[in-house]
Design a protein around this ligand. Structure first.
Ligand code: ADE
Length: 423
């Protein structure tokens, strides 16, 4: 058993970190204006009164404020982590002190990871807020008796939405699930700017390398990959992109990046950052072709993008050089791995900056409210938040930044809804 603080309502690293957590959250609120507006409205209207919300999210400063927002709306919350290395121990201590049921500590083992999911399930949630789909998967597989009472759920990330879609396709998804990731104000900002900045922050904090002049291979050119490639280029790196999707590969070429298969990029790269949501995209075959002293990092949801087991099995030496930065001796070369191959931005840094999570978590809070308002009306399956809600998040964010935009005149509006007027 790890050295942690456990009671019947929390399992965390150290309750004495609560005050540090409070201060971090207090500062981040200045960066979370949209969520703050929602929290104030929730305090007045109590739209979640009496609702039990079970959450599996990265337990961070911003997540703690999302929990505060749901509690302000009248919900009671139990939360566990959605990744063994992403918990910020001061945030979980803050939540525990606030009386929220919270289960997670940085560095938790797989046994505790699933034990904590079971604790959230034991809370008998009526709404789930998940990031990666492990909570929803466990509920469906191990507790089918609870599915009937479920109002709905929301999912934060691309990987989780993909898994939900696979469940729905197989006829296995038993309650309505809002794909918050698909909000315009989520994936075009959180995935692009959030992952773009924080993944690089993670590699830098783990290794302290200079990006300028470095050959960086970005594996995957979805919203996250685009963000990482653009930010690496902005720091002066020479960026190579690898892809399996024709359209994305083409986009990367036209965005000015070199595009090539992984087994060619392997020979050239100095830093490899995976952002695909797929498994084994940096295989041992690729690793064997790499130069000496390459750095590997993953920014996708799960730790299966880089063949970490292959590294462990084939290494003649393994040494922790810096916290969460390991050297593997493979043949005559050294390969460095950040954050055990887990999400580098959260394992080695602090995840996305608050300002971008402001919109993602506004989407989460409004998704929970929408589910409760529409209790019994939504069919099981993957559903989307109405566009007006998404637009409203963007409007509030612009207002908070003091930015004004134009509005359609009645004439322009009518023009957009007719087809007769041409040249
Ligand atoms: N995902 C990425 N960064 C995060 C953060 N800081 N908090 C919660 N979820 C995240």
């Amino acid at each position: 058993m790890a050295n942690i603080h456990e009671t019947s309502s929390y399992s965390i690293r150290d309750i004495s970190l609560a005050e540090t957590g409070r201060k971090n959250i207090a500062f981040s609120i200045t960066e979370l204006p949209v969520l703050t507006i929602i929290k104030r409205r929730f305090e007045q209207e109590k739209p979640l009164k009496g609702i039990r919300v079970g959450m599996a999210l990265h337990i961070t400063t911003e997540t703690a404020y999302l929990v505060d927002t749901l509690v302000a709306g009248g919900a009671s919350v139990a939360i566990c982590s959605c990744n063994p290395l992403s918990t910020q121990d001061d945030s979980s201590a803050y939540l525990a002190k606030e009386g929220v049921q919270v289960f997670g500590y940085k560095g938790e083992n797989k046994e505790d990871y699933y034990r904590f999911i079971e604790k959230v399930i034991a809370f008998k949630p009526q709404v789930t807020v998940d990031d990666g789909c492990d909570l929803v998967k466990t509920l469906h597989e191990k507790h089918p008796e609870l599915l009937k009472g479920m109002i709905g759920g929301s999912e934060e990330t691309t990987t989780g939405v993909r898994r939900l879609q696979a469940m729905a396709k197989a006829g296995q998804l038993k309650y309505p699930m809002i794909a918050v990731n698909d909000n315009f104000t989520k994936h075009l900002f959180d995935n692009y700017y959030g992952t773009g900045q924080s993944a690089i922050d993670g590699v830098i904090r783990a290794s302290n390398i200079l990006f300028a002049g470095r050959i960086v291979v970005v594996v995957g050119y979805g919203d996250c990959g685009k963000g990482v490639a653009t930010r690496a280029k902005g720091l002066g790196a020479q960026v190579i992109v690898t892809e399996v999707d024709e359209k994305r590969g083409l986009q990367a070429v036209m965005d000015g990046f070199r595009v090539m298969p992984m087994l060619e990029a392997a020979k050239l790269g100095e830093v490899f950052i995976t952002v695909t949501g797929n498994k084994n995209v940096v295989s041992m075959d690729a690793i064997r072709l790499m130069k000496n002293s390459v750095i590997l990092a993953n920014a996708g949801h799960f730790d299966n993008e880089i063949d970490v087991h292959g590294l462990e099995k084939n290494a003649s030496e393994i040494e922790e050089m810096r916290p969460l930065f390991k050297r593997f001796r493979i043949g005559t070369k050294d390969v460095y791995l950040c954050g055990e191959g887990r999400l580098v931005n959260l394992a080695c840094a602090e995840g996305h900056p608050s300002s971008v999570l402001d919109m993602s978590f506004a989407g989460q809070a409004l998704a929970v409210e929408y589910l409760v308002k529409n209790k019994g009306k939504l069919a099981p399956g993957v559903v989307h938040l109405p566009e007006e809600i998404d637009n409203n998040i963007a409007r509030l964010k612009l207002e908070s930044m003091g930015v004004k935009i134009d509005h359609l005149s009645p004439e322009q509006n009518a023009y957009l809804n007719e087809w007769q007027e041409g040249t």
